[in-house]
Design a protein. Structure first.
Length: 161
């Protein structure tokens, strides 16, 4: 019987406090709903943070790959420039060598021409000297036979011969 009395008291209590119980139930449900919403929001936030972290990592990898590609491109360009510079230097060196060889040939030809010219000039000078000596001998012979030997001698000294 005591149990029945307790049940009936409890039922009376419930009837008397219906509104309070319904408000408390609603408040409990609201708190449960808020808790669930909060936990869902936290889970969403965590998921968003993880997605953002993954996206950041992917972007960093993409940026690193792009940097590596740019560095490789820069290295290739540098190598190509160095090859071009090397080829240009080699071409210049061959051009300089060719020019030097041509100059040497020109100098050699010029020397040869000078030598030939000098030989020809020496021959002409010797011929002129021989002719001058011949004329001088003729004059001397003429002077030797001439009466005014002294007069001609002075004449020769004036002429510088």
């Amino acid at each position: 019987m005591a149990l029945r009395q307790q049940f009936s008291r409890f039922a009376d209590f419930l009837r008397a406090n219906k509104e309070l119980i319904s408000v408390a139930g609603a408040a409990g449900l609201a708190m449960f709903g808020l808790g669930a919403t909060y936990s869902l929001l936290r889970a969403d936030k965590r998921n968003l943070e993880l997605q953002l972290q993954k996206e950041i990592e992917l972007r960093q990898k993409d940026v690193e790959k792009e940097i590596e590609l740019r560095q490789k491109d820069v290295e290739k360009e540098r190598e190509l420039r160095e090859k071009d510079v090397k080829k240009e230097r080699e071409l210049r060196e061959t051009d300089v060598k060719k020019e030097r060889e041509l100059r040497e040939k020109d100098v050699e030809k010029e020397r040869e021409l000078r030598r030939k010219g000098e030989e020809g000039l020496k021959g002409v000078i010797e011929a002129v000297k021989a002719e001058a000596a011949e004329k001088m001998m003729e004059r001397i012979m003429q002077l030797g036979f001439h009466e005014n030997y002294e007069k001609y001698r002075r004449e020769l000294t004036r002429d510088g011969q």
